[in-house]
Design a protein around this ligand. Sequence first.
Ligand SMILES: *Cc1c(COP(=O)(O)O)cnc(C)c1O
Length: 430
Amino acid sequence: MTGIYSAFGVAPEVEHYCGAIAASLQERFAQADAAAEINQARVLRAMQENRVDAACFYGTTGYGYDDAGRDTLERVYAAVFHTEAALVRPQLVCGTHALAVALGANLLPGDELLSPVGKPYDTLEEVIGIRPSPCSLAEYGVSYRQVELLPDGSFDWEGIRGAINERTKLITIQRSKGYAMRPTLSVAQIGELISFCKSCRPDVLVMVDNCYGEFVETTEPSDAGADMVVGSLIKNPGGGLAPIGGYICGTRACVERCAYRLSAPGLGQEVGASLDVKTALYQGFFMAPVTVAGALKGAIFAARLYESLGFRVLPGGEEHRHDIIQAIELGSPERLVAFCEGIQAAAPVDSYVRPVPAPMPGYDSDVIMAAGAFVQGSSIELSADGPLRPPYSVYFQGGLTWYHAKLGIIMSLQRLYEKGLVTLPARADG
Ligand SMILES: *Cc1c(COP(=O)(O)O)cnc(C)c1O
Protein backbone atom coordinates (compact mmCIF):
# COMPACT_ATOMS: atom_id res chain seq x y z
CA MET A 1 0.00 0.00 0.00
CA THR A 2 3.00 2.32 0.03
CA GLY A 3 2.99 5.51 -1.96
CA ILE A 4 -0.73 6.35 -1.76
CA TYR A 5 0.09 9.36 0.34
CA SER A 6 3.35 10.57 -1.21
CA ALA A 7 1.39 13.22 -3.13
CA PHE A 8 0.44 14.70 0.25
CA GLY A 9 4.12 14.93 1.22
CA VAL A 10 4.06 11.93 3.54
CA ALA A 11 7.52 10.39 3.94
CA PRO A 12 7.72 6.68 3.05
CA GLU A 13 8.88 5.79 6.57
CA VAL A 14 5.89 7.60 8.12
CA GLU A 15 3.45 5.91 5.76
CA HIS A 16 5.02 2.54 6.42
CA TYR A 17 4.95 2.98 10.17
CA CYS A 18 1.30 4.08 10.12
CA GLY A 19 0.35 1.27 7.75
CA ALA A 20 1.67 -1.34 10.15
CA ILE A 21 -0.37 0.11 13.01
CA ALA A 22 -3.54 0.33 10.90
CA ALA A 23 -3.13 -3.28 9.79
CA SER A 24 -3.23 -4.45 13.41
CA LEU A 25 -6.65 -2.98 14.15
CA GLN A 26 -9.03 -5.29 12.28
CA GLU A 27 -10.60 -6.77 15.38
CA ARG A 28 -11.33 -3.37 16.93
CA PHE A 29 -12.77 -2.14 13.67
CA ALA A 30 -15.08 -5.14 13.49
CA GLN A 31 -16.55 -4.12 16.86
CA ALA A 32 -17.26 -0.60 15.58
CA ASP A 33 -18.90 -2.04 12.47
CA ALA A 34 -21.05 -4.38 14.57
CA ALA A 35 -22.38 -1.47 16.65
CA ALA A 36 -23.04 0.51 13.46
CA GLU A 37 -25.12 -2.33 12.06
CA ILE A 38 -27.31 -2.47 15.16
CA ASN A 39 -27.71 1.31 15.29
CA GLN A 40 -28.42 1.52 11.56
CA ALA A 41 -31.27 -0.95 12.02
CA ARG A 42 -32.61 1.07 14.96
CA VAL A 43 -32.68 4.30 12.93
CA LEU A 44 -34.20 2.61 9.90
CA ARG A 45 -36.93 1.00 11.94
CA ALA A 46 -37.77 4.35 13.58
CA MET A 47 -38.07 5.98 10.16
CA GLN A 48 -40.31 3.19 8.89
CA GLU A 49 -42.54 3.13 11.96
CA ASN A 50 -43.05 6.86 11.68
CA ARG A 51 -43.83 6.61 7.96
CA VAL A 52 -41.16 9.01 6.78
CA ASP A 53 -42.00 10.03 3.20
CA ALA A 54 -41.03 12.65 0.66
CA ALA A 55 -43.53 15.14 2.09
CA CYS A 56 -41.43 15.20 5.26
CA PHE A 57 -38.72 17.04 3.36
CA TYR A 58 -40.81 20.00 2.20
CA GLY A 59 -39.49 23.27 3.58
CA THR A 60 -41.63 25.56 5.70
CA THR A 61 -41.40 29.29 6.33
CA GLY A 62 -42.83 31.91 8.66
CA TYR A 63 -44.27 30.51 11.87
CA GLY A 64 -43.87 26.94 10.72
CA TYR A 65 -47.32 25.86 11.85
CA ASP A 66 -48.25 22.32 10.79
CA ASP A 67 -44.71 21.43 9.80
CA ALA A 68 -45.41 17.71 9.60
CA GLY A 69 -41.87 16.82 8.55
CA ARG A 70 -40.45 18.58 11.60
CA ASP A 71 -42.88 16.80 13.90
CA THR A 72 -42.14 13.43 12.29
CA LEU A 73 -38.39 13.97 12.66
CA GLU A 74 -38.94 14.62 16.36
CA ARG A 75 -40.89 11.35 16.61
CA VAL A 76 -38.07 9.54 14.84
CA TYR A 77 -35.54 10.89 17.35
CA ALA A 78 -37.84 9.99 20.23
CA ALA A 79 -38.17 6.45 18.85
CA VAL A 80 -34.41 5.99 18.50
CA PHE A 81 -33.68 7.39 21.96
CA HIS A 82 -36.69 5.59 23.49
CA THR A 83 -38.08 8.79 24.96
CA GLU A 84 -41.60 10.19 25.19
CA ALA A 85 -40.74 13.34 23.31
CA ALA A 86 -38.01 15.14 21.39
CA LEU A 87 -37.19 18.67 20.35
CA VAL A 88 -35.00 18.63 17.22
CA ARG A 89 -34.63 22.06 15.74
CA PRO A 90 -32.42 24.22 13.56
CA GLN A 91 -33.28 26.99 16.04
CA LEU A 92 -31.13 25.18 18.60
CA VAL A 93 -28.02 26.84 17.25
CA CYS A 94 -25.41 24.53 18.81
CA GLY A 95 -24.87 22.03 21.60
CA THR A 96 -24.27 24.69 24.22
CA HIS A 97 -27.55 26.33 23.29
CA ALA A 98 -29.46 23.06 23.55
CA LEU A 99 -27.92 22.43 26.97
CA ALA A 100 -28.65 25.99 28.10
CA VAL A 101 -32.27 25.61 27.00
CA ALA A 102 -32.62 22.26 28.79
CA LEU A 103 -31.16 23.67 32.00
CA GLY A 104 -32.89 27.04 31.89
CA ALA A 105 -36.25 25.44 31.17
CA ASN A 106 -36.11 23.01 34.05
CA LEU A 107 -34.46 25.05 36.82
CA LEU A 108 -36.23 27.83 38.69
CA PRO A 109 -34.91 30.43 41.13
CA GLY A 110 -33.95 28.75 44.39
CA ASP A 111 -33.21 25.41 42.70
CA GLU A 112 -29.79 23.84 42.75
CA LEU A 113 -27.94 22.17 39.90
CA LEU A 114 -25.45 19.41 40.68
CA SER A 115 -22.68 17.98 38.54
CA PRO A 116 -21.48 14.72 40.12
CA VAL A 117 -18.79 14.21 37.46
CA GLY A 118 -16.59 17.25 38.04
CA LYS A 119 -16.28 20.38 35.96
CA PRO A 120 -18.60 20.57 32.97
CA TYR A 121 -17.59 21.49 29.43
CA ASP A 122 -15.94 24.92 29.17
CA THR A 123 -18.82 26.70 27.45
CA LEU A 124 -21.23 25.63 30.21
CA GLU A 125 -19.25 27.54 32.82
CA GLU A 126 -20.86 30.78 31.71
CA VAL A 127 -24.25 29.15 31.21
CA ILE A 128 -24.18 27.97 34.82
CA GLY A 129 -22.36 31.01 36.15
CA ILE A 130 -19.22 29.25 37.37
CA ARG A 131 -17.59 32.08 35.44
CA PRO A 132 -19.87 35.07 35.97
CA SER A 133 -21.89 36.00 32.93
CA PRO A 134 -25.01 38.03 32.21
CA CYS A 135 -28.05 35.74 31.94
CA SER A 136 -26.28 32.83 33.64
CA LEU A 137 -28.33 30.46 35.79
CA ALA A 138 -26.55 31.94 38.82
CA GLU A 139 -27.85 35.39 37.91
CA TYR A 140 -31.38 33.95 37.92
CA GLY A 141 -30.89 32.51 41.39
CA VAL A 142 -30.02 28.91 40.51
CA SER A 143 -27.15 27.67 42.65
CA TYR A 144 -24.59 25.11 41.56
CA ARG A 145 -22.62 22.40 43.22
CA GLN A 146 -20.02 20.04 41.84
CA VAL A 147 -18.57 16.77 43.09
CA GLU A 148 -15.23 15.80 41.60
CA LEU A 149 -14.52 12.35 40.24
CA LEU A 150 -12.10 10.39 42.40
CA PRO A 151 -8.47 10.33 41.21
CA ASP A 152 -9.04 6.96 39.49
CA GLY A 153 -11.97 8.43 37.51
CA SER A 154 -14.68 6.67 39.53
CA PHE A 155 -17.68 8.30 41.21
CA ASP A 156 -17.42 9.74 44.71
CA TRP A 157 -20.59 8.05 45.98
CA GLU A 158 -20.40 9.50 49.48
CA GLY A 159 -19.61 12.97 48.18
CA ILE A 160 -22.56 12.79 45.80
CA ARG A 161 -24.93 11.60 48.52
CA GLY A 162 -23.75 14.49 50.71
CA ALA A 163 -24.19 17.05 47.92
CA ILE A 164 -27.80 16.14 47.11
CA ASN A 165 -30.05 18.29 49.28
CA GLU A 166 -33.62 19.57 49.40
CA ARG A 167 -32.85 22.22 46.76
CA THR A 168 -31.24 19.83 44.28
CA LYS A 169 -33.56 19.88 41.28
CA LEU A 170 -31.46 18.73 38.37
CA ILE A 171 -28.34 16.62 38.01
CA THR A 172 -26.20 17.11 34.94
CA ILE A 173 -23.95 14.32 33.74
CA GLN A 174 -21.49 14.88 30.93
CA ARG A 175 -20.90 11.65 29.05
CA SER A 176 -17.84 12.72 27.11
CA LYS A 177 -14.60 13.97 28.60
CA GLY A 178 -14.72 17.26 26.70
CA TYR A 179 -11.52 19.22 27.35
CA ALA A 180 -10.62 17.25 30.46
CA MET A 181 -8.21 14.36 30.86
CA ARG A 182 -10.79 12.13 32.52
CA PRO A 183 -12.40 8.99 31.18
CA THR A 184 -15.59 9.22 29.16
CA LEU A 185 -18.48 7.51 30.88
CA SER A 186 -20.14 4.41 29.46
CA VAL A 187 -23.93 4.23 29.26
CA ALA A 188 -23.76 1.52 31.95
CA GLN A 189 -21.80 3.79 34.30
CA ILE A 190 -24.21 6.65 33.65
CA GLY A 191 -27.10 4.31 34.43
CA GLU A 192 -25.51 3.32 37.73
CA LEU A 193 -25.00 6.97 38.63
CA ILE A 194 -28.59 7.88 37.72
CA SER A 195 -29.97 5.03 39.85
CA PHE A 196 -27.87 6.15 42.77
CA CYS A 197 -28.93 9.80 42.47
CA LYS A 198 -32.58 8.82 42.17
CA SER A 199 -32.27 6.55 45.19
CA CYS A 200 -31.00 9.56 47.16
CA ARG A 201 -33.77 11.75 45.82
CA PRO A 202 -36.45 10.11 43.63
CA ASP A 203 -37.87 13.33 42.15
CA VAL A 204 -34.55 14.73 40.95
CA LEU A 205 -34.25 15.27 37.19
CA VAL A 206 -31.21 13.96 35.36
CA MET A 207 -29.89 15.50 32.17
CA VAL A 208 -27.08 13.92 30.19
CA ASP A 209 -24.85 16.04 27.96
CA ASN A 210 -24.65 13.43 25.22
CA CYS A 211 -22.32 15.35 22.88
CA TYR A 212 -20.02 13.02 20.93
CA GLY A 213 -21.57 9.91 22.49
CA GLU A 214 -24.46 9.18 20.16
CA PHE A 215 -24.31 5.80 18.38
CA VAL A 216 -20.96 4.82 19.86
CA GLU A 217 -22.73 2.19 21.90
CA THR A 218 -25.97 0.41 21.06
CA THR A 219 -27.90 2.07 23.87
CA GLU A 220 -28.14 5.71 24.92
CA PRO A 221 -28.32 7.34 28.37
CA SER A 222 -32.08 7.68 27.88
CA ASP A 223 -32.19 3.86 28.03
CA ALA A 224 -30.47 4.13 31.40
CA GLY A 225 -32.93 6.44 33.14
CA ALA A 226 -31.97 9.96 32.01
CA ASP A 227 -34.89 12.41 31.90
CA MET A 228 -33.21 14.37 29.11
CA VAL A 229 -30.38 13.66 26.69
CA VAL A 230 -29.02 16.64 24.83
CA GLY A 231 -26.63 17.11 21.95
CA SER A 232 -25.58 18.90 18.79
CA LEU A 233 -26.52 18.05 15.21
CA ILE A 234 -23.14 19.18 13.94
CA LYS A 235 -21.68 16.32 15.91
CA ASN A 236 -22.66 12.63 15.78
CA PRO A 237 -26.42 12.57 15.12
CA GLY A 238 -26.22 15.01 12.21
CA GLY A 239 -24.11 12.45 10.36
CA GLY A 240 -22.02 15.23 8.82
CA LEU A 241 -24.95 16.37 6.70
CA ALA A 242 -27.01 18.46 9.12
CA PRO A 243 -25.98 22.08 8.54
CA ILE A 244 -27.26 23.29 11.93
CA GLY A 245 -29.26 22.20 14.93
CA GLY A 246 -29.48 20.57 18.31
CA TYR A 247 -31.72 18.04 20.01
CA ILE A 248 -33.26 17.40 23.39
CA CYS A 249 -34.89 13.98 23.86
CA GLY A 250 -36.65 13.17 27.08
CA THR A 251 -39.83 13.00 29.08
CA ARG A 252 -42.80 14.90 27.73
CA ALA A 253 -42.81 17.18 30.78
CA CYS A 254 -39.15 18.16 30.39
CA VAL A 255 -39.25 18.54 26.62
CA GLU A 256 -42.41 20.67 26.75
CA ARG A 257 -40.70 23.08 29.12
CA CYS A 258 -37.68 23.16 26.78
CA ALA A 259 -39.94 24.06 23.86
CA TYR A 260 -41.53 26.86 25.92
CA ARG A 261 -38.08 28.16 26.80
CA LEU A 262 -36.83 27.93 23.20
CA SER A 263 -39.79 29.70 21.57
CA ALA A 264 -42.17 31.22 24.11
CA PRO A 265 -44.50 30.10 26.88
CA GLY A 266 -47.71 28.99 25.21
CA LEU A 267 -46.14 28.54 21.79
CA GLY A 268 -43.75 25.68 22.45
CA GLN A 269 -43.26 23.04 19.77
CA GLU A 270 -46.07 24.35 17.56
CA VAL A 271 -43.88 27.02 15.98
CA GLY A 272 -40.49 27.00 14.30
CA ALA A 273 -40.16 26.83 10.52
CA SER A 274 -37.53 24.39 9.27
CA LEU A 275 -36.77 26.32 6.07
CA ASP A 276 -34.94 23.90 3.80
CA VAL A 277 -32.87 21.84 6.19
CA LYS A 278 -35.07 18.81 6.79
CA THR A 279 -33.68 16.53 4.10
CA ALA A 280 -30.23 17.03 5.57
CA LEU A 281 -31.45 16.39 9.11
CA TYR A 282 -33.17 13.16 8.10
CA GLN A 283 -30.41 11.93 5.83
CA GLY A 284 -27.74 12.87 8.35
CA PHE A 285 -29.49 10.94 11.10
CA PHE A 286 -29.77 8.00 8.71
CA MET A 287 -26.03 8.15 7.95
CA ALA A 288 -24.95 8.83 11.53
CA PRO A 289 -24.36 5.25 12.74
CA VAL A 290 -21.90 4.56 9.91
CA THR A 291 -20.31 8.01 10.13
CA VAL A 292 -19.75 7.49 13.85
CA ALA A 293 -18.14 4.10 13.17
CA GLY A 294 -15.69 5.76 10.76
CA ALA A 295 -14.85 8.39 13.33
CA LEU A 296 -14.34 5.68 15.94
CA LYS A 297 -11.89 3.87 13.68
CA GLY A 298 -9.93 7.10 13.31
CA ALA A 299 -9.87 7.57 17.07
CA ILE A 300 -8.68 4.00 17.66
CA PHE A 301 -5.97 4.39 15.02
CA ALA A 302 -4.80 7.69 16.53
CA ALA A 303 -4.69 6.13 20.00
CA ARG A 304 -2.66 3.13 18.94
CA LEU A 305 -0.32 5.17 16.77
CA TYR A 306 0.52 7.80 19.35
CA GLU A 307 0.61 5.30 22.20
CA SER A 308 3.20 3.35 20.24
CA LEU A 309 5.28 6.53 20.08
CA GLY A 310 5.23 6.91 23.85
CA PHE A 311 2.53 9.54 24.30
CA ARG A 312 -0.17 9.29 26.95
CA VAL A 313 -3.47 8.78 25.17
CA LEU A 314 -6.99 8.78 26.55
CA PRO A 315 -8.68 6.41 26.09
CA GLY A 316 -5.87 3.89 25.66
CA GLY A 317 -5.49 2.07 22.37
CA GLU A 318 -7.01 -1.12 23.78
CA GLU A 319 -9.81 0.44 25.81
CA HIS A 320 -13.53 0.31 25.10
CA ARG A 321 -14.86 3.55 23.64
CA HIS A 322 -17.81 5.59 24.77
CA ASP A 323 -17.35 8.65 22.58
CA ILE A 324 -15.51 9.60 19.39
CA ILE A 325 -12.95 11.87 21.03
CA GLN A 326 -9.34 10.89 21.30
CA ALA A 327 -7.14 12.89 23.62
CA ILE A 328 -3.38 12.79 23.12
CA GLU A 329 -1.09 14.48 25.60
CA LEU A 330 1.51 16.05 23.35
CA GLY A 331 3.42 17.80 26.12
CA SER A 332 4.47 20.94 24.25
CA PRO A 333 2.78 23.78 22.40
CA GLU A 334 4.97 23.09 19.33
CA ARG A 335 3.66 19.55 19.05
CA LEU A 336 0.06 20.66 19.58
CA VAL A 337 0.38 23.19 16.77
CA ALA A 338 2.16 20.73 14.45
CA PHE A 339 -0.49 18.07 15.03
CA CYS A 340 -3.27 20.50 14.15
CA GLU A 341 -1.38 21.69 11.05
CA GLY A 342 -1.29 18.09 9.84
CA ILE A 343 -5.03 17.61 10.33
CA GLN A 344 -5.70 20.86 8.48
CA ALA A 345 -3.44 19.89 5.60
CA ALA A 346 -5.46 16.70 5.08
CA ALA A 347 -8.81 18.50 4.79
CA PRO A 348 -10.99 18.61 1.67
CA VAL A 349 -11.82 22.27 2.44
CA ASP A 350 -9.36 25.00 3.51
CA SER A 351 -6.41 22.61 3.25
CA TYR A 352 -4.10 25.50 2.37
CA VAL A 353 -4.66 27.50 5.56
CA ARG A 354 -2.51 27.16 8.66
CA PRO A 355 -4.31 27.02 12.00
CA VAL A 356 -3.01 29.33 14.75
CA PRO A 357 -3.94 29.55 18.44
CA ALA A 358 -6.45 32.28 19.27
CA PRO A 359 -8.89 33.28 22.00
CA MET A 360 -12.36 31.71 21.66
CA PRO A 361 -15.63 32.87 23.20
CA GLY A 362 -16.54 30.54 26.03
CA TYR A 363 -12.99 29.29 26.61
CA ASP A 364 -10.59 30.68 29.21
CA SER A 365 -7.30 30.05 27.34
CA ASP A 366 -6.23 30.34 23.70
CA VAL A 367 -7.44 27.44 21.61
CA ILE A 368 -6.06 26.01 18.39
CA MET A 369 -8.56 24.41 16.06
CA ALA A 370 -7.97 22.51 12.87
CA ALA A 371 -10.89 21.77 10.64
CA GLY A 372 -11.57 21.95 6.98
CA ALA A 373 -15.21 21.14 7.06
CA PHE A 374 -18.18 21.34 4.72
CA VAL A 375 -20.23 22.56 7.69
CA GLN A 376 -18.48 25.34 9.59
CA GLY A 377 -17.11 24.11 12.91
CA SER A 378 -18.54 20.64 12.43
CA SER A 379 -16.71 18.21 14.65
CA ILE A 380 -18.18 15.01 13.26
CA GLU A 381 -16.00 16.04 10.33
CA LEU A 382 -12.28 15.51 10.86
CA SER A 383 -11.12 18.06 13.36
CA ALA A 384 -8.62 18.57 16.14
CA ASP A 385 -8.46 21.17 18.80
CA GLY A 386 -6.91 21.87 22.12
CA PRO A 387 -6.47 24.64 24.61
CA LEU A 388 -2.94 26.08 24.81
CA ARG A 389 -2.32 25.02 28.37
CA PRO A 390 -0.40 22.14 29.92
CA PRO A 391 -0.35 19.23 29.31
CA TYR A 392 -0.99 20.42 25.75
CA SER A 393 -3.52 17.74 24.97
CA VAL A 394 -5.01 17.60 21.53
CA TYR A 395 -8.59 16.44 21.23
CA PHE A 396 -9.05 14.70 17.96
CA GLN A 397 -12.41 13.69 16.57
CA GLY A 398 -14.50 12.96 13.54
CA GLY A 399 -13.92 12.01 9.98
CA LEU A 400 -16.82 11.49 7.60
CA THR A 401 -14.93 8.49 6.24
CA TRP A 402 -12.37 6.30 7.94
CA TYR A 403 -9.93 6.87 5.07
CA HIS A 404 -10.01 10.61 5.57
CA ALA A 405 -9.52 10.20 9.32
CA LYS A 406 -6.59 7.93 8.57
CA LEU A 407 -4.93 10.41 6.23
CA GLY A 408 -5.43 13.21 8.75
CA ILE A 409 -3.67 11.24 11.46
CA ILE A 410 -0.86 10.24 9.10
CA MET A 411 -0.43 13.91 8.18
CA SER A 412 -0.34 14.91 11.85
CA LEU A 413 2.52 12.50 12.42
CA GLN A 414 4.23 13.70 9.26
CA ARG A 415 4.22 17.29 10.58
CA LEU A 416 5.63 16.20 13.94
CA TYR A 417 8.24 14.08 12.17
CA GLU A 418 9.45 16.71 9.73
CA LYS A 419 9.79 19.28 12.53
CA GLY A 420 11.88 16.85 14.57
CA LEU A 421 9.27 16.71 17.34
CA VAL A 422 9.04 12.93 17.33
CA THR A 423 11.27 10.00 16.43
CA LEU A 424 9.93 6.87 14.84
CA PRO A 425 10.89 3.53 16.39
CA ALA A 426 12.72 1.15 14.07
CA ARG A 427 9.50 -0.70 13.41
CA ALA A 428 5.86 -0.53 14.40
CA ASP A 429 5.03 -3.15 16.96
CA GLY A 430 1.35 -2.12 17.21
C1 LIG B 1 -19.25 20.15 21.93
C2 LIG B 1 -19.72 19.96 23.30
C3 LIG B 1 -20.59 20.86 23.90
C4 LIG B 1 -21.01 22.15 23.25
O1 LIG B 1 -21.47 22.03 21.97
P1 LIG B 1 -21.29 23.23 20.92
O2 LIG B 1 -22.07 22.75 19.78
O3 LIG B 1 -19.84 23.37 20.64
O4 LIG B 1 -21.86 24.45 21.55
C5 LIG B 1 -21.02 20.57 25.17
N1 LIG B 1 -20.59 19.48 25.82
C6 LIG B 1 -19.75 18.61 25.29
C7 LIG B 1 -19.31 17.40 26.07
C8 LIG B 1 -19.28 18.82 24.01
O5 LIG B 1 -18.44 17.94 23.46
